[in-house]
Ligand binder design. Structure first.
Ligand code: SAH
Ligand code: DHB
Ligand code: MG
Length: 223
């Protein structure tokens, strides 16, 4: 198996299941045209986030790491009409592109893009009593994943689902001696999860257009 096969399978399932549409394609194109890095979730991964949020019946969603709003729009589609999604982004250009994409997708009323460092915005959300969130997607800077998990847990309730992206890193996650700050961030999260009695967790390895990586899916059982 190789990258070419993984990508072709993503394209095949996208096509046969009819996973994408004009709004999602325009969002991707606007991100590319603006020169944003091509690191958004893939089409099948976006649909996976949508499915999880729907299964959860999420009415309040928190995203950490907006980029151009591609994953944001997938998750916003899972919300009821009176639902709400708050997404945090440190880069002004990314936030501007995201707001335009979110407006084109028709979600400006339900989605709040907050510009700033997530570690500064999260305590503000808590102080505003924006939680509890039903669904959280952690996808910003990887060294801060443990801090983002801690804040997400503070703004959770029993039943909240927290998904963390990029947790396998082509297998680099198994290297206990790694000096890669991203790997260290993921490993520190895993150590926390292994000890944390309030949640149950698992990690799913993934392949596809984004290479070999994975998601951690955390369920808050009690608080
Ligand atoms: N969730 C997006 C991809 C996010 S890429 C999608 O799938 O479509 C990661 C994003 O996190 C980038 O836009 C980056 O600017 C942002 N980011 C990096 N460090 C951050 C921080 N400290 N606070 C908030 N956002 C951050
Ligand atoms: C990067 C970030 C991501 O969130 C991702 O899914 C892939 C790559 C990155 O910073 O390179
Ligand atoms: Mg990611």
């Amino acid at each position: 198996m190789n990258q070419e096969t993984w990508s072709e399978v993503d394209h095949y399932v996208t096509d046969v299941l009819g996973l994408t549409d004009d709004v999602l394609e325009s969002t991707q194109k606007a991100c590319d045209d603006a020169g944003l890095p091509a690191i958004a979730v893939s089409v099948p991964q976006g649909k996976f986030l949508y499915q999880l949020a729907r299964i959860r019946g999420a009415r309040r969603i928190l995203e950490i790491g907006t980029l151009g709003g591609y994953s944001t729009i997938w998750m916003a589609r899972a919300l009821p009409a009176d639902g709400r999604l708050i997404t945090l982004e440190i880069d002004k250009k990314h936030a501007d592109v995201a707001r335009e994409n979110i407006a084109r997708a028709g979600f400006s009323d339900r989605v709040d893009v907050r510009l700033g460092a997530a570690i500064e915005e999260l305590p503000k959300l808590a102080a505003e009593n924006q939680g509890p969130f039903d669904f959280v997607f952690i996808d910003a800077d990887k060294p801060s994943i443990p801090d983002y998990f801690t804040w997400s847990l503070k703004m959770s309730r029993p039943g909240t689902v927290i998904v963390v992206d990029n947790v396998v890193r082509e297998g680099a996650v198994i290297d206990s001696a790694s000096e890669d700050p991203a790997v260290r961030g993921v490993r520190r999260l895993n150590d926390m999860l292994g000890r944390e009695k309030r949640v149950t967790s698992t990690t799913l390895q993934t392949v596809g257009t984004k290479g070999y990586d994975g998601f951690t899916v955390i369920l808050v059982e009690s608080l």
